[in-house]
Design a protein around this ligand. Structure first.
Ligand code: ATP
Length: 137
């Protein structure tokens, strides 16, 4: 089966929506293979989002991601990467489809409740950022 790396971002943790988001994860047929709650330093947030370093919102994104704890998890399911992206919806909650996680819980394009890897290859890189091989047993 495929896996993806997801985060509940600081806004989602702060507003008390983690439990509802985790329930949705299980309703969608994902298995939680690993999970932790951590607070990223600014440097760690910059490293995680280094592909976006040239984008105008990079500074804002990294300081937001370091503003409070996140919940990171590895989810397993058939077609995990694409299915999670379908479940979370568009980056901007104003454009997200009804009943998607971002439509339900996101505040704005920046503070948008959740993250999901955009490819199987990036899922591997992002999973290794948060978890050691031992934690995947
Ligand atoms: P993610 O990678 O977090 O799953 P995504 O693939 O939907 O999100 P990207 O375009 O890769 O979106 O942008 C990464 C993240 O950067 C977004 O989730 C959002 O938090 C932030 N972001 C994107 N565009 C903007 C913007 N215009 N202003 C502020 N923040 C933004």
């Amino acid at each position: 089966k495929e896996f993806t790396l997801i985060m509940i971002k600081p806004d989602g943790v702060r507003s008390g929506d983690s439990g509802k988001i985790l329930a949705r994860i299980e309703q969608e047929g994902f298995k939680i293979r690993a999970m932790k709650r951590v607070r990223l330093s600014l440097e760690q947030a910059q490293q995680f989002y280094s592909v976006h370093a040239a984008r105008p919102f990079y500074g804002e994104l990294c300081s937001f991601m370091a503003s409070g704890p996140v919940v990171a998890a590895i989810l397993e399911r058939d077609n995990a990467v694409q299915h999670w992206r379908d479940v979370i919806g568009a980056t901007d909650p104003a454009e997200a489809a009804p009943n998607t996680i971002r439509k339900l819980y996101a505040k704005s394009k920046g503070e948008n409740a959740v993250h999901g890897s955009d490819s199987v290859e990036n899922a591997k890189i992002e999973a290794a950022f948060f978890f050691s091989g031992l934690e995947l047993a």
